[in-house]
Each structure stands twice: as structure tokens, then as C-alpha cells.
Design a protein around this ligand. Structure first.
Ligand SMILES: *[C@@H]1O[C@H](CO)[C@@H](O)[C@H](O)[C@H]1NC(C)=O
Ligand SMILES: *[C@@H]1O[C@H](CO)[C@@H](O)[C@H](O)[C@H]1NC(C)=O
Length: 611
């Protein structure tokens, strides 16, 4: 069966063509497009201009995109060596859009200077972010969860020594390694295990193995320390995603991702998190540095927005700016939580646990609560924080305790407006696509006689990648296929702004996911993903009028050395992307699946440049 598959596969290969030749090739494609474009324009003019205006305008945009990509490429081609230079050492841990001093200069204050402002730090210096001198390829999962190379993350010894909070204490610095105590390490008094157990007991469970029974499947961990709590929750088959502010050194997000744990840079100082309302079953914060009673409780309202009905809020040592008034029985924090219809489930030592109401009428019937938001709240991308309660009118207002376990059934799909047949067909497609992809993750396909691993060669191991990003995730079918095939991965499912917003469907399957505009850099540190997958993204980008060149450079930044890229798209954007990625020194092969379609795969591996 594999050999049939192999026979169906045609690998297009050859030596790298010189740049001039490539430019000539691009020009001829452009001429061709222009010719075809003008003839079909005439066709539309005479027959169907009014009937098919959007096809025409999409087409024109594609054409414009091709021209601008060509011009950009030509400009880049001025580089005498034809390859791009490495950025300076100061960019080793570069995350665009978080330049605090530039934001201050632009007039942002009140904490907003720490927000993401991509419009300010736009610059077009194309260079490749280099790895630190001591960078080493991370250990594979699960060893990589407990031991990381200290040269791979930016962490000073002082930061390490001063790390005092519970989740941070669990590290030991060895020569060039940082190790975290694993769960089954009996030598240590592991605070995380006890802590997780304590939370389970507080919400009335016998042990933390029972979180699923209480309807808890996904957890948003705000400010995750070094990720140990999340690592423990993952071992209990919960999806725990860390979200923390950008930090130039000692970043919690960088550390968590280096350990192979789901994490993303984010804050909610003035803008909503890029998640829809009613997304998470539990929101957790241990000393995450937020003053919860600031801004008249706006931060608490944002937590309420992303939480599902009946979901839990766990705050340990919550900070409060205002001191308790003398003689008053309740702190401002308690007042806000009452106004939000959160029910205090338990308080033990410094840990408070509330449950969000399951009854949307609570907000109306009770005097003094926040008002309900009007209408559908739409995709949350750079949306300002709101002073109203979201999600009460949503079809997704279902208490977590009432949810059926396992995959989405047809009644849930109906809630998401998805045709079950469409959904299962998509899943079937990804099951077979994955079998295909996995066999391509081998340096063998870049050799002079490219081939997939045959019977005599072992298949790539199940744990060869850990942090995977699906850059255009649709329903999350690629994640499902990976998990069904028992690959040891987690997937960041990205729903591009402008595509159909399927993020609620992704999150309701218990996956990690986020909204993102690929016209901008992704909020993560360099070298944090082992594999990037993008189906149809290049075509989507053309309709959004953003630059393919910027995208490919961004992919290079977030991909670790020797990491993999699989791009699936139509012939023309794939060929253009190949031209570009070879200039970035990626190994690249275009693969024609010989299924009669104009779809091609571009399989790439980023080299480990040590300079
Ligand atoms: C941040 O912005 C300042 C002021 O515009 C600039 O001088 C500096 O080079 C920027 N830093 C980075 C890392 O881009
Ligand atoms: C949830 O389940 C409870 C008990 O079975 C039921 O009384 C309640 O109506 C359900 N709520 C919703 C919104 O389905």
C-alpha cells in the first residue's frame, strides 16, 4: 500500500536555479497571469460582470499581490550573495510589536505601552533571527518537558535565584541544563501535585484525576511561572494554555514553550484576549501580577467573558490595589465577584475558587450587576475591553457540567452552524493527509534521490515534533488526526482573521487555538515551534493583501533550527514560496500528489545555522 502511495508521488527536484533565472520565471508567470487576467476580464465584462463581482475583485487582488511580491523579491535580490544575512546578536530573542520605548514615544501610557503595537514597530529590515551561540536542539518529548538547555532561553542567574513563587521554585540549574522535577520524582516535595489536588478538593472532587467529571477540559493559566502547573494538568489529559505578558528576559512563555507546553504571549491591559467568549472551563492565576480591582473590575469582566457557564476561577494570592476599608465587610474584589454572579466555592489559605453562574438570568434578576452586552460580540481581535457581560445570548451558553464528553456530536455541531457531513469529511481528509505528511518528515526527501522512508527505513518517530502550529486550522482536523495517531504533539490552532471564525469549534473540542492576522507577527518567541503547517494560507494571504515575504520571514523566526514546514496550496503560490524559502536557505521540495488537482505540497526544513 505504501509503495502504491509512493508511486503516486512525483517529486520535483533539481539543483537550485540561479536568482536571475527565478526572476525571469516569475516575470513570465506574471505576464501569463496578466494575459489570462485581461482575457477573463473581457469575458466577465460581456457576460457576467454584475453576477460575479467578488470573483473578479479577488482575482484582481491576487494579481496585484503577485506584482507586489515580485517587486519585493526583486528588491531583495539586490543582495549580492543572494542569501539573506543574519540579524545582529541583539535580535536573538526578538519578538516584534513589543518595543516599550517606541510605544512610550508614540504616547502610550497607563500600562498600554506594554501592549502589542505592531503598527509602531513596523520595519522592513529583512534578516534572519539567529540562534544564541550555545543553542542546542531541544530534547524530544517527554524528556524535553523536564530538562531544557539553559542556552536556549534568556534567563539570568539572578532571575533564577530570585524565583520564589511556588511554580517557579521547581528548577535546578545544572551545568548547561535546567531541570524541572517531574511528576513521578519521589525525591522532592512537589508542590504542584498537592496544589492541583487542593484545587480539586475545593471544587468538591475526590482528586485532580476527576477534573473531567466536573466538566473541566481546558484551562487558561494566566502567568504560568515556568509552566509546571500546566505540565501537571496536561498529564491529567487537560489542555492547559499559558498566557503571559511579553518579558524581555526570563519569559514564562518562552520557558513553557521550550518545555513543549502550550503558551502564547498576551495580556488584557486594554484589549480583549484573542479568544471568543465562553472559551475556557477554568481560568487560573497564581500571583500573576494583575491588580484585579483596577479599572473598576474590567480585568475580572474579561475573565468572565472567556469563561464558560459553570466554569471555575482560581486565584492564588490575588492582588488588590485598594486596601480593605476599615469597618467594611467586603473587599473590592469580593464586591466585583458578587456583581459578576460568581459564587465563592471555597477559600483555603491564599487560594480563592469561584464558579461562574450557569444561569444567565442571574445578571438580570440580581440588583447591581453589570449590564449585558448587546448582540453578537463577533471575533475578538484587538477589541477593547468592555464593561458588560458577554455570551449570555449565545447558543454556546451551556454549563460545562452539562456538556457531553468526547468529540463534538451532531447537536453541538448544529450549535456551531456546521453540517456534520462536512465536518466528518474534513476529518477523514486529515486522517489520510497526516499519514502522507508524516512519511515526508525525513531528510531523505531532500537527498539527490528523494524518497519516502520505505520498508527498510523506519518511519519518523512519534515524538519527532512537539510544538506544532496549524496556521490555518479550519475545524482543527489536523490536530484531531495527530492525536488519533498518537503523535506526542500539541497544536496551536490559528484561525486567520478574515477566514470563517471556527475558533469556537476548535476550543470546544478541547484544543488550543487563537485568532490571528497573518499580516502581523505572531505573539511568540523565536524558535518556539517544531513544525508549522499551512493549508491554503498563501491564497488567503493574497486576498488579505499582506506580504508573503513578511510571512516567510516570520515563519523562519518562530521555527526552531531543523524544524519542519508543510505548506499546501495551489501551484503558483507554492512555486513563489519555494523561490523565497531557498533564499532563506531552507531545504525545500515541491511535491505533486498526482491526484489531478492543482494543489501542491511544499515540504521544508530550516537549517541549523551556527554563526
Ligand atoms: C525600539 O524603539 C526605539 C525607539 O524607536 C529604537 O531606538 C530601538 O532600536 C527599538 N528597539 C528594537 C529592538 O527594535
Ligand atoms: C443542565 O443539566 C441540569 C441537570 O440535568 C438541567 O436541570 C439543566 O436544565 C441543564 N441546563 C442546560 C442549560 O441544559
Amino acid at each position: 500500500m505504501r509503495s502504491a502511495l509512493y508511486n503516486k508521488l512525483l517529486l520535483v527536484f533539481g539543483p537550485r536555479p540561479p536568482l536571475n533565472w527565478l526572476l525571469l520565471f516569475l516575470v513570465s508567470i506574471l505576464v501569463l497571469i496578466a494575459l489570462l487576467g485581461s482575457s477573463s476580464t473581457n469575458g466577465f465584462d460581456s457576460v457576467a460582470t454584475s453576477a460575479r463581482p467578488d470573483i473578479f475583485s479577488n482575482y484582481r487582488r491576487l494579481k496585484e499581490q503577485a506584482v507586489s511580491d515580485y517587486l519585493e523579491l526583486k528588491k531583495l535580490g539586490a543582495n549580492p550573495s543572494n542569501d539573506f544575512d543574519l540579524c545582529g546578536k541583539e535580535r536573538e530573542n526578538y519578538v516584534p510589536c513589543y518595543n516599550v520605548s517606541a510605544n512610550q514615544l508614540a504616547g502610550f501610557s497607563d500600562g498600554e505601552e506594554f501592549d502589542r503595537h505592531c503598527e509602531i514597530s513596523r520595519e522592513h529590515q529583512y534578516c534572519l533571527v539567529r540562534p544564541p551561540k550555545e543553542y542546542k536542539i531541544p530534547l524530544t518529548w517527554p524528556s524535553g518537558r523536564d530538562v531544557i538547555w539553559s542556552g536556549n532561553v534568556k534567563l539570568s542567574k539572578d532571575q533564577f535565584l530570585s524565583s520564589g513563587s511556588m511554580t517557579k521554585r521547581l528548577m535546578l540549574l545544572e551545568e548547561n541544563q535546567i531541570s524541572f522535577h517531574s511528576d513521578d520524582d519521589e525525591m522532592t516535595v512537589d508542590g504542584v501535585k498537592d496544589y492541583s489536588h487542593q484545587i480539586a478538593e475545593m471544587i468538591g472532587l475526590g482528586s485532580d484525576a476527576d477534573f473531567h467529571e466536573a466538566g473541566v477540559r481546558n484551562v487558561l493559566d494566566i502567568g504560568c511561572g515556568f509552566g509546571s502547573f500546566g505540565a501537571h494538568l496536561l498529564s491529567l489529559r487537560l489542555m492547559a494554555v499559558c498566557v503571559a505578558a511579553y518579558e524581555s528576559t526570563g519569559s514564562q512563555v518562552q520557558l513553557a514553550l521550550e518545555r513543549g507546553l502550550p503558551a502564547i504571549i498576551g495580556n488584557f491591559i486594554s484589549k480583549q484576549l484573542p479568544f471568543p467568549s465562553l472559551s475556557y472551563d477554568m481560568v487560573h492565576c497564581t500571583q500573576c501580577g494583575i491588580f484585579w480591582d483596577d479599572k473598576d473590575g474590567m480585568f475580572l469582566i474579561e475573565v468572565d467573558r472567556i469563561l464558560k457557564p459553570g466554569g471555575y476561577i482560581v486565584l492564588t494570592s490575588p492582588r488588590s490595589r485598594q486596601q480593605r476599608n476599615k469597618g467594611s465587610i467586603s473587599t473590592p474584589l469580593e464586591e466585583y465577584t458578587q456583581k459578576l454572579c460568581w459564587n465563592l466555592v471555597a477559600k483555603q489559605e491564599d487560594t480563592f475558587t469561584w464558579q461562574k453562574t450557569t444561569d444567565a438570568r442571574c445578571y438580570i434578576s440580581k440588583h447591581g450587576t453589570f449590564p449585558l452586552c448587546n448582540g453578537d460580540d463577533g471575533p475578538s481581535y484587538y477589541k477593547p475591553l468592555v464593561r458588560c457581560i458577554s455570551g449570555t445570548g449565545s447558543k454556546r451558553w451551556i454549563p460545562i457540567q452539562n456538556r457531553t464528553s468526547g468529540s463534538l456530536g451532531s447537536s453541538e455541531l448544529a450549535i456551531h452552524g456546521i453540517n456534520p457531513e462536512d465536518f466528518y469529511e474534513d476529518l477523514e481528509f486529515w486522517r489520510s493527509a497526516l499519514r502522507n505528511y508524516w512519511s515526508l518528515l525525513s531528510p531523505l526527501i531532500f537527498s539527490d534521490h528523494p524518497k519516502r522512508p520505505g520498508d527498510e527505513d523506519p518511519m519518523p518517530p512519534y515524538n519527532m515534533v512537539r510544538n506544532v502550529m496549524d496556521m490555518n486550522a479550519h475545524y482543527g482536523g489536523f490536530s484531531t488526526a495527530l492525536l488519533e495517531a498518537r503523535k506526542s504533539v500539541w497544536v496551536m490552532n490559528v484561525v486567520p482573521v478574515g477566514e470563517r471564525n471556527t475558533l469556537p469549534t476548535i476550543l470546544d473540542q478541547g484544543f488550543a487555538g487563537v485568532l490571528h492576522s497573518w499580516c502581523e507577527p505572531f505573539p511568540t518567541y523565536p524558535r518556539t515551534y517544531d513544525m508549522l503547517h499551512a493549508k491554503g494560507l498563501l491564497s488567503h494571504l493574497a486576498t488579505e493583501k499582506c506580504s508573503t515575504v513578511d510571512l516567510i520571514f516570520e515563519m523562519d523566526r518562530i521555527l526552531r533550527p531543523e524544524g519542519w514546514v508543510i505548506i499546501s496550496d495551489k501551484v503558483a503560490p507554492i512555486e513563489a514560496a519555494r523561490t523565497l524559502v531557498t533564499q532563506l536557505r531552507w531545504e525545500a521540495r515541491v511535491i505533486d500528489l498526482q491526484d489531478g488537482s492543482d494543489q501542491r505540497l511544499l515540504v521544508c526544513q530550516k537549517p541549523f545555522v551556527r554563526k
